[in-house]
Design a protein around this ligand. Sequence first.
Ligand code: ES4
Ligand code: ZN
Length: 319
Amino acid sequence: MPLPKAELHLHIEGTLEPELAFALAARNGVTLPYADTEELRKAYLFDDLQSFLNLYYELMAVLRTEQDFADLADAYLVRAAAQGVRHAEIFFDPQAHIARGVAMGTVVEGLSGALARSEETHGISTQLIMCFLRDESAESAMATLEAAKPYLDRIVGIGLDSAEVGHPPVKFRAVYEAAAALGLRRVAHAGEEGPPAYITEALDVLGVERVDHGLRCMEDADLVERLVRDRVPLTLCPLSNVRLRAVDVLEDHPLPAMMDAGLLCTVNSDDPAYFGGYVGDTFHAVREALGLDQERLRELARNSFEASFLEHDEERRAR
Ligand code: ES4
Ligand code: ZN
C-alpha cells in the first residue's frame, strides 16, 4: 500500500501522456508534428524550463472540448489513486487555452465535471488552482481573473507559472490583490529557476501562503530562517528539477538538507507525463537516490496534508 498523500503541485496539462495526446488529436482532427508516441517521447529531453514549456504548449493543441479536459483529468485521477493520492490541488493554465480559442467555460466545466466525481470514483478530494502565465502581461492576467468570475465556486485559488526569469512576482501585484479581495487562496512558483529574491517578493508582495518549488531559498540563509519560522510550505518537485536541469542528478537534490533545516517540504510531480513519474514514483525515486528512510517519507506525506488547503477535520479524514 502506498503512503496516503496529498499532491499540491501538479499541472493538469502536464499529465497529458503521449497516448492520450494522439487519441485526442485523432478525435479532434489535429495533426501533431510527430509521427507516433515513440517519436514524441524522444522529444522529452530538456535543457531548461523554456525548452520544456515549448513542447508543453505545443501539445495542448489537442485539448479542444469539455470532454477532452474531463478525459485528461480522469486519466490523472486513475494514476494518482494507484499511487496513494487522497487529495489533489490541481493547477490549470486557462490563458494557454483561451489563446487558442478555447473558452474558460470549456476548460473549467470539463475539469470540474471530472473532479466532481473524483471522491466517489477514486477516493480523491480535489481543488482547482488557476495559474497565470508570468510571461504574459499583467493585463492579460487581470482579464483572465475577470473571465473566471462565473466559475469561482469551483476555483480555490490562484497561482503563477511558466517562464520565471525576467518575470518577477511584483509584475502581478494588482491581480493578486484583486484575487485576495475575492477570497481566493494564493500560491506562486518562485525560486525554481529564478533567484531567492523572487521567493521573498512572492511572500511580501503577492501574499502567497505556499511557495511552488522554492528550491533556491537555500542560497539565502535569512530567507530559510523566515520560511522555517513561519512554516511556509514548499512544494518541491525533484524529478522536474532533474529533467529541467535545476539540479544535475537526483542524488544531488537538496531535499534532505532542506528537511534538516526544518523547512516544511512536500514532494510532488509537477508535470508527470513529461518528467518520468507520478507522485508515488517520485517518493520511490527520492527514497532510492537520497537514502530517505521510512520516517522521512512519512514526514513528507504528513507535510503534504498540513500544507494543503484542507481544514483540520478534512485533513484527518483524508489521511
Ligand atoms: C511548469 Cl515545471 C514548471 N514551471 C513553471 N511553469 C510550469 N508550467 C508547467 N510546468
Ligand atoms: Zn510547476
